[in-house]
Design a protein around this ligand. Sequence first.
Ligand code: AMP
Ligand code: MG
Length: 422
Amino acid sequence: MELLNLHKDGSKVELFDVQQVKEVAEKIQQQFEAIHDVETVGIMEAVGRVLASDIVSSEDVPGFNRSTVDGYAVIARNTYGSSESMPTFFKIIGSVEMGKEVTQEIRDGEAMYVPTGGMLPKGADAVVMIEDVEVIGDLLNVFEQVAPRENVILQGEDVKLNEVILKKGHRLRPQDLGGLAAIGITEVTVYRKIKVGILSTGDELVPPDTKELLTGQIRDINGISISAAVQALGGEAIYGGIVTDEYEEYLKRAKELFEQVDFLILSGGSSMGTKDYTNRVMNELGQPGVFVHGVAIKPGKPTIIANCDGKPVMGLPGHPVSAMVLFDLFATQILNQLHGVITNRFAKQLKAKISRNVASQVGRTDYVRVKLEIRNDELWAIPVFGKSGLITNLVKSDGMIEIPEFKEGIVEGEWVNVLLFS
Ligand code: AMP
Ligand code: MG
């Protein structure tokens, strides 16, 4: 039997020791620590960055009671019982100007015009919408009753003085930066960007700007898509270019890039072919080396993950679809861990109905690319089938669904979770 596991040149064939998706995720969790170097950036540059400290407001927002509609500030109880047929009369005593403080006070039976966002005069506790009144000179007919605080945002209702509005480990989204602007914070302390090196291997690969391909050549896809995926997660991508399937050269280039980065991703050469050196290269980069060699997953079984002197190194399968799926699953996890980001995995999930039966093997987690469509007001996931060597397969999809290792497949009309591509 041993003999069957020898290459033609007599060298021993290594075998995959596949692990389940969950097991791999747990191992990654235990292996890599966050890199907590910090820097200060302006809010205009902070989107996608991860907060290194809690953000505490030093003031109330809004700083004054303000109206949320165009209308008339009144004392709510004065409007009780008002209706289309039984309006209540008020005396208009003035109008509030936008961005200005009002000193005039409202008493029973009085009203003041307030624009949306304008300050509520003292004494008033609600605003009647302009649609529900009639103005006759300085007389106001109110046709609708309002409750106290109706159409009003109270001082501090949005943010209170000393309130923690964003937590350390939060990845800043555009709306968060708006929130920071609201409380006058224009600079934030964030963790530095994790540097991720990407090296593509394969004798057949040429740079994407190659005008004419010779027979057998293909343009490097993964170098580009994986670099972009790193950037989309707030990392700094360092594309190391293409290296041929020559062990010495591959090791040298991988070492050079490894030295410059916090996380190295190698694309291609991760299977068991005679010229697949990724596993060997990874074991040369540091100790203890490879701890995942093969994942029970489709696509993407030949995936390798190593810890080289504390630094993660990942070997992605060369098929562009496999590379992307495996990046999404594990490289994302590693990168988020290094960035110290607290993530909500479910923020990127949607529920949809599957449009057809999909078979799957027990003992392996299957990931099927899907396109989303609305049919009769319901969200449907339409599988985009095709070999994982087809890049447009990914271009046509919005996300993917997971068929867990214990399931034999899913049937048409079944609810599925769609993991959206970012
Ligand atoms: P490998 O993982 O090296 O065995 O490659 C598997 C398949 O993916 C082969 O058909 C390769 O040509 C293809 N491939 C490998 N690397 C890339 C890449 N960077 N871009 C596009 N296709 C690739
Ligand atoms: Mg190859």
